[in-house]
Design a protein around this ligand. Structure first.
Ligand code: SAH
Length: 223
């Protein structure tokens, strides 16, 4: 640990303890969270809150997810180092970075170009070369790369797009928040096997909405 990193260390350790207290038990997940510098993913104005257990604004009306939710969803994915993962909603790239530490390859889609560009720079700076990002509408999945061992959706839809469940490999797991905007949403885990899909409820969460299509100006301009 060098330079500025040390400034964040006490808060980071406090956050890790809080996650453990709140039931995150997977040491690999906690280890990945420990190794991803969240301060690099939040806007400068919120730097002092980088290790608070809260979601923070990242521009374009979007948020970097709450660390507990990132930990919970990552744990729920039961990641292995051979897994190929699809993420819908790159946002800041923070969840992407945590995933990248725990699996073989991450494919991540974002519909705001400005957010995607910043996320790409951060991931490159952290030398997470096993991530491929794409600008586009994640509700359509990434058919050229399907099937995926794991799929994570970090924005809430009233209904899960069929394209995503269809992209899940046999034995695969999908984790997503389901529900209407500005309401409580249910975090679900869906497993696929030969006999079909099984859904489990993991609790209540709150996410920005999964929006089909691309921003109207096509550029995903900041605002
Ligand atoms: N995991 C991210 C969370 C970002 S918030 C982080 O921790 O930073 C959810 C993101 O999903 C937003 O950036 C939003 O623009 C994106 N999103 C919403 N609908 C989408 C869609 N149809 N395709 C791709 N990304 C989408």
């Amino acid at each position: 640990m060098t330079g500025n990193d040390a400034v964040f260390l006490p808060n980071k350790l406090r956050l890790l303890m809080e996650l453990r207290r709140n039931g995150i038990a997977d040491d690999k997940v906690l280890g990945a969270i420990e190794r991803v510098p969240r301060e690099k993913f939040v806007p400068a104005t919120f730097l002092d809150q980088a290790y608070e257990n809260v979601a923070l604004p990242i521009g374009n009306g979007q948020t970097i997810s709450q660390p507990y939710v990132v930990a919970r969803m990552t744990e729920a994915l039961e990641l292995g180092d051979r897994h190929k993962v699809l993420e819908i909603g790159t946002g800041s790239g923070y969840q992407t970075a945590v995933l990248a530490r725990l699996c073989r390859r991450v494919f991540s889609i974002e519909r705001h170009r400005a957010l995607l560009r910043q996320a790409e720079l951060r991931l490159a700076e952290l030398r997470l070369h096993n991530v491929t990002v794409r600008y586009g509408d994640g509700t359509k999945g990434w058919p050229e790369q399907a099937p995926f061992d794991r799929i994570i959706v970090t924005a809430a839809a009233a209904e899960l797009p069929a394209q995503l469940t269809e992209s899940l490999a046999m034995g695969g797991i999908l984790v997503a928040p389901i529900g209407e905007e500005r309401r409580e949403q249910r975090l679900v885990r869906i497993r696929r096997d030969e006999s079909g899909f099984t859904t489990e409820e993991l609790g209540i969460v709150r996410f920005v909405p999964l929006v089909a299509g691309l921003p109207r100006d096509g550029a995903g301009a900041a605002g």
